[in-house]
Design a protein around this ligand. Structure first.
Ligand SMILES: [Zn+2]
Length: 267
């Protein structure tokens, strides 16, 4: 089977602070170590047969967080910051059997959820046709538009709860329990490794029963921002989409197309 793992870092084993996940920050080496740990465990569960394939897409910061010395030959990776256009379909197409979100976290302003946010920390909320989503929901919708189901999310307990409420049936693997925005009760890697492998090994069955997640009709993407430099910039580059002091509404034929308009406007 063919899988895509979208790689984030805030929801990895042991990670509780931005200093562990921002490239160049003081404890980033620890974050990378935990990324390797969780990725290896999930890849181990996904690659059951010789012809199984995994494509990693590193969506965290500059997309250069995955070390390559240990990658299985059946794994390739999209790294760096690619040109994002509707034509690339978020690098997904119907040849994939399922998407795994690795190291995810709850959406912004989820009370008590460790490292909760929506992509840039300036985005207070994201609504797609009225449905409030964070990164988990938006990534699931983009995969859904490509005809691919979201099969597994690895995250803290709040990220897992958010997944289960929005996407019943999607598998979750919880590596820590939130104890606030910068704290969690973290399970030992000796526990999360086998847990992640077991969850990944269940993906083949899940992919057969799960449907791609989509919303009907033309897309209305509403984004609300905190005050700051990004909002100031978007007031210029997305003036036509502005509704009120801190809100933008983008319309498009698809979630991918609407999100792309935002990515271009903020670049
Ligand atoms: Zn994230």
């Amino acid at each position: 089977m063919k899988w895509m793992i979208r790689v984030d870092m805030e929801g990895l084993t042991g990670v509780v602070d931005m200093a562990q996940v921002v490239p160049g920050a003081s404890e980033f080496a620890f974050g990378k170590q935990m990324l390797k740990h969780d990725l290896l465990a999930v890849i181990d569960g996904l690659l059951q047969r010789e012809d199984d394939r995994v494509v990693l897409y590193d969506i965290h910061f500059y997309g250069r967080n995955v070390d390559f010395d240990w990658l299985d030959p059946r794994v390739s990776a999209i790294c760096g910051k690619p040109n994002y256009t509707p034509a690339n379909g978020s690098f997904l197409d119907a040849s994939f059997d399922g998407v795994v979100l690795l190291g995810l976290h709850a959406k912004a302003e989820t009370p008590g959820a460790v490292l909760n946010h929506n992509y840039e920390h300036d985005i207070r909320s994201i609504h797609v046709n009225g449905l409030c989503v964070g990164e988990i929901g938006l990534e699931a919708l983009m995969a859904g538009e490509a005809g691919v189901p979201l099969v597994l999310v690895t995250a803290d307990d709040e990220g897992c709860r958010e997944t289960e409420a929005l996407l019943p049936g999607t598998l979750t693997a919880c590596v820590k329990e939130s104890r606030g925005i910068a704290a969690a009760l973290c399970y030992s890697p000796a526990v999360t490794g086998p847990l992640l492998t077991k969850a990944a090994a269940a993906c083949a069955d899940a992919a057969r029963r799960l449907q791609p997640f989509t919303v009907a009709g033309p897309i209305e993407l509403a984004l609300r921002f905190k005050p700051g430099a990004l909002l100031d910039k978007l007031r210029g580059t997305m003036a036509a989409h502005m509704v009120g002091a801190d809100r933008f509404v983008i319309r498009g034929d698809s979630v991918i197309a609407a999100w792309e308009q935002y990515l271009i406007a903020k670049a």
